[in-house]
Design a protein around this ligand. Sequence first.
Ligand SMILES: [Zn+2]
Ligand SMILES: [Zn+2]
Length: 467
Amino acid sequence: MKKRFLFLLALSFPMILSSCVNNTTNDNTNTTTNEEKNDSFMVIWKNDDGNILQIDKSVKKGTIPEYRGKTPTKDKDVINTYVFKGWTPEIKEVTKATTYTAVYEEIKNEYNIVFKNYDGTVLKTYTLNYGDSINFDFNKPTRENEVGIIYKFSGYDDETPTVFGDKVYTAMYDKYLFKNFIWDYTNDNTASVYYETEDGYKYFFEKANVEIVETKDATCTDNGYIKYKMSYNGKSEEITFEKSSKGHDYEFSVVWDGYKAKLVGICKNDPSHKEEYDMGIEIKEKVERTKTTNGYMTLVASYGTYSEEKTFVLEAYGDDYEFDSFIWKDGYDIAQAKYVSKTNSEDYILLDATVTVKVLQDSTCYTAKHCQSTASYDGHTESRDYYTMIMGHDYKFDSIVWDNYTPSIKFVCKNDSSHIKYETDNIDLKVEVIKEATDLEDGIKLYTATYDGHTSTKEEIIPKTSE
Ligand SMILES: [Zn+2]
Ligand SMILES: [Zn+2]
């Protein structure tokens, strides 16, 4: 374009050409010379890209030059829109050849900046001028999660922060997939969920919801359990913990019923669990009552390592009771006097009687011991005769006796030395020749009998062989 313009000029106006080409520095003198001669001057109107809009070949000195063409325009570019606003230099009376150039006001272009969500939904629209900076700082977009899938905003597909034209920014999301639930064994009722991107490079943990779905308490004998449900974003999983049986936790106490006692264990976990043991009862101390004075009796109930004492008052029986009979216990060693109420024959009390035992006849090997026990209480007495078991003989080893060369054991009864018996069992008998018989001398044969540590010997003569 510029080249062609210069060519045209060269054909039509060789003088101007020289002034143009050589221009600025050395040829001011030249032009001045021409202008002075002609008294009129050439005025050129150019657009700001150098394009000539109008040429006024001869404008009289002193007149105001005039542009008669269409208002100059300049195409908008990516940055600006241009509005013609005048000429440079300022238009004034012609005094020399002059070139005016169109001057434009620059107005920055407006552009639409659109932010869209992943599905094309418009999130935000800005109208901004070229070169403005873009605010990304509005509310973060979101994408609805699916079961087991969570989308997290990761930024826009482009992050150019300055306006260089119309632009659409589209939100992008990382897609996280459910992996598993993780029970937190260090905190009660707490679990996390773990999500990971498909490539595994990104992940996150979140606190999962935990609720109890089923529970069974452990009893003394049966295990219980507690079942939790962990859930998050449409996924759930159950986890069950056993609770082991507690075992009974008995608390024992002694329950008296009259002069008897039971050791009763009641489980602290469940009072319907009960164990009962009859306790042994011993009289620790007793002072028998009389008609006019109270007595007392201290009993000790015991079972295993448990024991408890209780003292009972034995009230004076007064005139309401009268002697009925003696009641014998433990053979004939103990007796109680039975006193029965005068008004109610069912009602009676037992009072310890004094018992004395007399041996009427000692036992022999053939007869039992003959005894007599006498119970007495407050002037009442009663005797009972009885026999102990037959003692029998009480044989003891006495000696080893010989019948010729056969030994036997003699036993004598300790109760009566006239009771004697012999036994031949269990005797160890050894026979040895301690001296051989010769022609001139007798030999000796020795018999040794042994019984229960006792030993007896006997010699037998072996006659000499000469006769
Ligand atoms: Zn229990
Ligand atoms: Zn005897």
